[in-house]
Design a protein. Structure first.
Length: 530
């Protein structure tokens, strides 16, 4: 009798709660959360995860299968220009429900970014990028925006009526990471309003409310002359002197509308003092987006691990479950090692922002946090691509089928995630420059050797010895940061070495806790050491 394929467990969709099924994640949150917040965080994340793992996962699948959108609607029914982006109903519903579930409620940084991490199990789904853009807009307006912007637009940015409607327009055709080269002009109109003229080339998550970087007339060249502005798509019900030229056809994040826009005198309002535009852009917007980006990458790694493990546990070949074959087990351990180590460092960064909220962005602590943001964004984005690729290979031919699992979508989205919010080269060179601006070596040494010492006392001698030995080999390289020619060649290799050290230190430190995932420590650290 032939086997009914529909009854094979390996062919069934994943049906797990993303939080409750992840022992390592729960141990991580338990170790990092402030004591008086543990109960509340646990309850809120459990409720949020039920939505993500259930109906929102279904909406994300429907969004990915809608081949009609997104698209530009240039005119209304009587021919008036409206230039708005139509999104499939499942996308709008998903965004609305996420906002209604409290994504913008006041809470800890750990809670906020843990929710983003859980949402990223759905892939991009036209969700995590607009969430990052909206969150960045909210934070910069709260910090330095005018009373008018706070009163008029903060409620709309948080509203389920216009869910996740924030967008960021920085890039131009001749300017990407080199923000100081932008040419979009800002002409003052009086009373805090401006008119913007220029073209924006890569407009992420285009919707209703835009953050746009532009250069006020007469301002300095380079980043000193960059200001940031708030631009609504419409003013008093009419299109705000702009034109959406087209939507990008990207390799991934296909549900997400990414546009090219012409600004033809669009009404704008400066966000904060114009002479502090670039600093505010980096401190409140780009840093927020990079933290969001790393959360998304970690979520992709986690979903890839779940999908590959579920399949390997249920798929049989040559009379055995394929998870019983050593090379399949090795592949699964590789995915988990990358996930758990980079996730541990990432959520340490997030919890550190709760413990040490920044007031002075030029302090040593601020530069240490910026280093962690940049290295986490860089390392997690690479990890997302590696893990989704490895997971596809575990599923073999089935892994390449769009309708079989989420993995092809995760892989495509990961390639885009790697390019967002700073190229790899931009990030590692920033890390090298920052390393000369504060006691970088001291911060690294304290965080690595303190954990190595604890590990030795807890019976993790081999890990402790590896950390101490690797740190001794690394310290001479830090002396080379003053050599610009060496940095131009070696910054990426140095950053990878530092990333490996910190990831092993933080993950092993977690695994060594009484409630940590100790049983898996040896197998996973084997991959980290290599």
């Amino acid at each position: 009798m032939s086997t009914n394929l529909k009854e094979l467990n390996c062919l069934r969709p994943l049906d797990l709660d993303f939080l409750q099924s992840d022992e390592g994640l729960q141990s991580l949150f338990n170790s990092l959360c402030l004591a008086d917040q543990k109960k509340q965080l646990s309850e809120r994340l459990a409720d949020f995860s039920r939505h993500v793992s259930g109906e929102w996962d279904q909406l994300a699948r429907e969004s990915a299968q809608d081949y009609d959108g997104p698209r530009i609607e240039s005119y209304d029914r009587v021919g008036n220009p409206i230039d708005q982006v139509w999104l499939p109903p499942p996308v709008r519903q998903l965004r609305r429900e996420v906002v209604e579930a409290g994504i913008f409620e006041n809470g800890s940084e750990l809670e906020r970014f843990a929710k983003v991490y859980l949402l990223a199990h759905l892939g991009e789904a036209s969700l995590t990028c607009p969430l990052a853009c909206t969150e960045g807009l909210i934070r910069v307006i709260e910090a330095v925006g005018s009373d008018f912007l706070k009163k008029e637009f903060l409620p709309k940015l948080r509203s389920a009526e216009t869910p996740l409607a924030g967008s960021q327009f920085i890039t131009e055709q001749d300017m990407g990471s080199d923000v100081g080269a932008l040419t979009t002009r800002a002409v003052p109109e009086g009373e805090g309003s401006w008119r913007l003229y220029g073209e924006k080339w890569f407009c992420s998550a285009i919707d209703e409310f835009f953050l746009i970087a532009a250069r006020p007339e007469g301002s300095a060249e380079g980043t000193d002359g960059v200001a940031i502005f708030f631009v609504p798509r419409t003013v008093e019900g009419k299109l705000n002197n702009l034109r959406i030229k087209r939507l990008k056809q990207k390799i991934g994040t296909k549900e997400l509308p990414t546009a090219e826009i012409d600004l033809n005198g669009a009404l704008a309002y400066n966000i904060g003092p114009v002479e502090q535009g670039f600093k505010n852009l980096m401190n409140y917007v780009i840093n927020t987006s990079r933290i969001m980006n790393a959360a998304s990458a970690c979520g992709v790694m986690a979903r890839a691990s779940l999908e590959a493990t579920h399949y390997a546990q249920n798929r049989s070949a040559f009379g055995r479950k394929i998870i019983e074959y050593p090379m399949v087990g090795e592949s699964l351990n590789k995915i988990r090692a990358i996930l758990e180590s980079r996730r541990a460092l990432y959520f340490y960064l997030v919890s550190e922002r709760d413990r040490n909220p920044l007031k002075n962005f030029t302090s040593d602590e601020a530069l240490w946090q910026r280093f962690l943001i940049n290295i986490c964004k860089y390392r997690t984005s690479i990890g997302a691509t590696e893990c989704s690729h490895e997971a596809i290979l575990i599923l073999a031919g089935n892994g390449t089928i769009e309708t079989f699992s989420i993995l092809p979508r995760l892989y495509r989205d990961s390639l885009v995630i790697e390019t967002w919010e700073g190229t790899h080269n931009t990030l590692v060179l920033q890390i090298a420059r920052d390393g000369l601006r504060f006691p970088f070596r001291n911060y690294l040494q304290e965080n690595i050797l303190k954990r190595a010492e604890r590990l030795g006392k807890r019976g993790f001698a081999s890990t402790s010895e590896w950390l101490i030995h690797s740190w001794k080999e690394t310290t001479p390289l830090l002396d080379r940061l003053t050599d610009s020619n060496w940095v131009a060649r070696e910054a990426r290799r140095l950053t990878d070495r530092l990333g490996s050290l910190l990831e092993v230190a933080f993950y092993a430190d977690l695994a060594a806790l009484p409630a940590g995932p100790r049983s898996r420590e040896a197998g996973l650290l084997e991959f980290l050491f290599s």
